[in-house]
Design a binder for this molecule. Sequence first.
Ligand SMILES: [Zn+2]
Length: 329
Amino acid sequence: MWLRSQVRRATDHVLPGVWGAGRWVRGRMIPAVTAWGSPGKQRVLVVAPHPDDEVAGCGGTIILHVRAGDQVTVLHVTDGRRSRALGLGPEAMARRRHQEARESLAALGVERWTWLGLPGEWTDRDFVVALERLLPQVRPHVIYLPSRIDFHPEHYRVARAAAPVVRRLGGESIAVRVYQVQVPLTRVLVNLVAPIEAAVPDVLRAYGRYVSQAGSLRSTLRMKAYAARSHGLAGMAEEFWEMSGAAYAALHAQEPARALVDTFRGLRLPALTDPLGFLRGRRERRRLLRLATVAEDASTHAMSATAPQAHTRRRARAGGTEAGADEQP
Ligand SMILES: [Zn+2]
């Protein structure tokens, strides 16, 4: 037992560096993607299925937005009571996560917070009604949404339910940025990267507030380190797949052909199998990229027919795709 834990500790210490070197090599072989930036005075909405997804997916980027003078609103959809960490019961866990979320958002510098706090059993309608109310209030230029490249049932439910609402109420120029939590988007899909190294001390403070989720959050820090290596950046970075609301809706127009847990794999607690998270589901990622690209083209075409001067963000295409970006660890 002692030997096993020592071996595991040693491999978890060494392997992320090895896998990160692989990401760096792979990243040098494909075109660079757009670097994150903000002109300031942007309204930003972050939709997090659980309290902690916002730090895992885009905590550093939230800090960059705040520092740029943007107005960030975070929506927590569920109260996270399904977590069994620390041996807490559902009610105690929900209270705990509410408190942790409050403290974590303060560390990120977020002042606008909507706690929907849906309990264990919830309907899509509960969430949709709240989002329909919130979107016209916030009127976001940018909205960060959960990924279709994920297997967590509640992440997927939130993404699927949000998609038609964002398309309908978000407006033509809204930029949807899909963030990753445990399942990597990979360079097949990533088309935007935020260098968050300067924000890391605050990111770690925000992470530290989610004491109850410390175990499950650990691998998401490795994800940020891999992201930095892939783009030749220092320390940590956060990757996104940016697209229009129309493209995001297209990704969710059909139910997945099979269980998502059979398609994708996430980074797990030990670092040993991290490369599998990048390798598994390549074909499905490419299929989804094609879906988004077709929807993007159709929507651009429709817009230019009605307003030729309108040039909004149209970026569902990923930089590495034309180069045939087969993902490797
Ligand atoms: Zn989550």
